[in-house]
Design a protein. Structure first.
Lengths: 347, 412
């Protein structure tokens, strides 16, 4: 962690305040910001045996997780996987039917809920902030709820909305609104923030900007719990990812570990005119797995250099005609597909 | 806008003073342990060069947000400020005092004997209290039925073709005895016709007329309208804002912050007080200059009652809005709550017209309590002490609705 922070101070930073804060932390030799925030607490959040049932569905079905201090932890899964319910249980907004949650070392309902809420920030998926208020007024309102935190201008600076400070919320673009939501989450200088699908519906540029902000927060020692159904978002931002489906955690690890668990680094997808036997594909050199797709096959491949010529020879041998062929680096999407047989986005 | 300036100044007050003023004793103690733990760590954090901001009190910030949202909603301004004036104006015009009111009657034109009906018309025309029209048989029946005239006079066929002849004239009065103005018309018309036929009074009487201050209909109406406005704007203003924040998941977002939930509800009550002054001042000033309306009792007492009324109805508004998830839901509920009070609480006519067995119920309604106590102060000029029952009822509504609303409030 120290190494990361030291390297951060060398990098040119867009925001002066943040930069100054890192510099001080490292110069004082006080240890990492994360340690300073949370004392010796190594775990930001812990839950075990979490279950939440609704009338017609079990949204969360026995989840055990641990989020380390200073890490960005991702809950990746399709819509309806139970990510939002899980996060809202963490945030103390939903009561679980059973299970234990410990946020920043404290449990909900033990008499210090307000003190606990003072230490984390949230961004909810569906919240529409008041359109009639300006950016500054909104941040000022949220800032007033917390006993600590930066001043309003600095918070607005953090999310780069300085130019829009006096604009009405109703006039902001989708990306700007989302950044304002994050500013509100950061109003109390939190140790931990929960972001529920922060970039859903944003254009690529707005998404990149938001990722920057999240990375800056993490670099400052803050812990993050983030839900998303974008694999590239999880891969870019998260130190560790829990893949969720139907209320279960079906895989857990760093993005690299999860991809490595496929035992392959390339995915080859192709379609042919004619027939190719699935069994013969499985026998090809360098091929680790075969899966039928809508109009062909997807192969998980460990050595593309040997697998590709073998595949082409096989197709020719079967007197079939190659129609399409694409290869890409294995991603979290492929992990999800291999675990569930479904794509993240159509699931 | 001067309101927000005012608030901004309040915000600059030392934080601790206001916090202690609002937080309750028990909550303070409960939070003590955890807070000291936090503040110990905060000391360490404070060493960072990043400036810790001066924090405004959340209750003031919330109230300020309410006021801003409200002022930036032009249609609300119309309903709160312009609509009451239009109402006062329209009612004031419709029920203005135009000297003694004339009674409208009709004389039925006789086809067979036109001179008889014009003779009746002539003798009635001498009366200053009557306004007379000549109508055909069918027309007069229609006019009576629709209430345009209070009574129809007809010369009986058997009766006098000549007023000077031997046979005395005979008349027929057609009217509805359940209508007070019809009975009055019967007396006036009969009196005029009898005198016209030569009746002489046997005793003499003289009239002495007086007009009591505050006894006009507009004087009765203004306190009632103020009460009704406070109810309407309290319920609509609070109800819509709360439910729309709930549908937009803003309440849920607030619930995830350390904001005190009572502060959120209180901000509605406080923001209502700011608008109360404008709302009331506009109506009273308008009535003062247009209709010569005067407050006969103490202004201080009136302001106290209006404040209490505004608090009470924002409490009722919070309670009504504490559960519904949709605007449609809360609208229905608000109409359900307001309808009985519109009818029963004596805004447009005295609630004493309702039967006795209903009176205990009517008296316990907050709008009745507000209207009655406002009239006592504004029209009769009595002291607040005489209205202590009504004030007690308002206080009870205010406290109970707020506490229950806080208890059952749906944040998600």
């Amino acid at each position: 962690m120290n190494a990361i922070l030291n390297s951060m101070t060398l990098k040119p930073c867009k925001d002066g305040t943040i930069e100054a804060r890192y510099a001080l932390v490292t110069m004082n030799g006080n240890g990492t910001k994360a340690e300073q925030r949370n004392g010796t607490q190594p775990v930001a959040l812990r839950c075990s045996g979490l279950v939440k049932r609704y009338a017609d569905v079990t949204a969360v079905d026995g989840i055990d997780l641990e989020v380390r201090t200073g890490e960005c932890f991702g809950l990746l899964g399709p819509n309806g996987a139970g990510k939002t319910t899980t996060v809202e249980i963490f945030e103390g907004l939903t009561k679980p039917d059973s299970g234990v949650v410990e946020v920043l070392g404290k449990r909900w309902g033990a008499g210090h809920d307000r003190a606990l809420r003072n230490r984390f920030g949230v961004q909810l998926q569906e919240t529409q902030l008041s359109e009639k208020l300006t950016v500054k007024e909104t941040v000022q309102l949220f800032r007033s709820f917390y006993s600590r935190g930066l001043d309003v201008e600095s918070i607005i600076n953090l999310v780069e909305l300085n130019e829009k400070a006096d604009a009405r919320v109703g006039k902001l673009s989708g990306g700007q609104k989302q950044r304002l939501a994050i500013a509100c989450a950061m109003a109390g200088d939190p140790d931990l923030i929960f972001l529920d699908e922060p970039t859903t519906g944003l254009d690529p540029q707005a998404r990149l900007k938001l990722w920057d902000i999240v990375e800056q927060f993490r670099a400052g020692g803050g812990s993050i719990v983030l839900t998303t159904h974008y694999m590239e978002e999880a891969a870019r931002l998260c130190d560790r990812v829990a893949v969720m489906d139907h209320g279960h955690v079906i895989a857990l690890g760093t993005p690299a570990e999860l991809i490595a668990s496929l035992g392959a680094d390339q995915i080859v997808e192709f379609s042919v005119k004619g027939r190719v036997e699935e069994e013969s594909l499985e026998g090809l050199a360098g091929v680790r797995g075969v899966r039928a797709t809508k109009d062909g096959y997807a192969l998980t491949v460990s050595e593309i250099a040997t697998a590709l010529p073998a595949l082409l020879a096989e197709i020719e041998g079967e007197r079939a005609e190659l129609v399409t062929l694409t290869t890409h680096q294995a991603t979290l999407e492929d992990v999800f597909v291999s675990l569930t047989g479904r794509m993240l986005r159509d699931a | 806008m001067f309101l927000s300036v005012l608030l901004e100044e309040c915000c600059a007050m030392p934080e601790q003073v206001t916090i202690n003023g609002v937080e309750t004793e028990t909550e303070e103690r409960k939070g003590e342990a955890s807070r000291s733990a936090v503040s110990a760590k905060q000391h360490k954090k404070d060493e960072r060069p990043a400036a810790e901001s001066k924090r405004f009190h959340p209750l003031l910030e919330l109230t300020l947000a309410r006021v801003r949202e409200f002022l930036r909603e032009p249609e609300v301004i119309f309903w709160v400020f312009v609509f009451p004036i239009l109402l006062v104006f329209a009612l004031g015009i419709a029920f203005r005092n135009q000297g003694p009111q004339k009674v409208h009657i009709a004389v039925e034109r006789s086809e067979s004997n036109p001179s008889a009906s014009s003779a009746i018309f002539d003798s009635l025309s001498r009366s200053h209290d009557l306004s007379i029209v000549q109508l055909s048989s069918a027309e007069s029946a229609q006019a009576l039925r629709s209430g345009k005239v209070a009574l129809v006079v007809r010369a009986n066929d058997g009766g006098g073709a000549t007023t000077s002849g031997a046979t005395s004239p005979s008349f027929n009065y057609r009217f509805d005895p359940t209508r007070p103005e019809s009975r009055q018309a019967r007396m006036l018309v009969d009196d005029a016709l009898q005198r016209g036929a030569g009746r002489k009074d046997v005793t003499s009487a003289s009239d002495e007329t007086v007009t009591e201050p505050g006894a006009r209909y507009i004087d009765f109406l203004i306190p009632g309208l103020l009460g009704m406005n406070l109810m309407g704007s309290g319920l609509w203003g609070v109800g819509f804002a709360v439910v729309s924040a709930r549908t937009r998941k803003l309440l849920k977002r607030f619930a995830a912050t350390p904001m005190r939930r009572a502060h959120y509800l209180l901000s509605f009550v406080l923001s209502r007080l700011f608008f109360l002054f404008l709302e009331v001042a506009v109506v009273i000033a308008f009535a003062y200059f247009t209709f010569g309306f005067r407050v006969h009792g103490s202004w201080l007492g009136m302001v106290f009652l209006l404040l209490l009324g505004a608090l009470t109805f924002s409490g009722v508004g919070l309670l009504v809005a504490s559960r519904p998830k949709t605007i449609e839901g809360v609208s229905g509920l608000m109409n359900l709550v307001m309808m009985p009070m519109w009818l029963l609480s004596g805004t447009f006519f005295s609630s004493s017209r309702f039967p006795d067995f209903l009176q205990p119920f009517i008296k316990s309604l907050p709008l009745t309590a507000l209207n009655d106590s406002l009239r006592a102060v504004m029209n009769d000029g009595t002291s607040l002490a005489t209205s202590w029952i009504a004030i007690g009822i308002l206080l009870a509504w205010c406290v109970v609705t707020f506490v229950v609303a806080l208890k059952i409030f749906r944040w998600q």
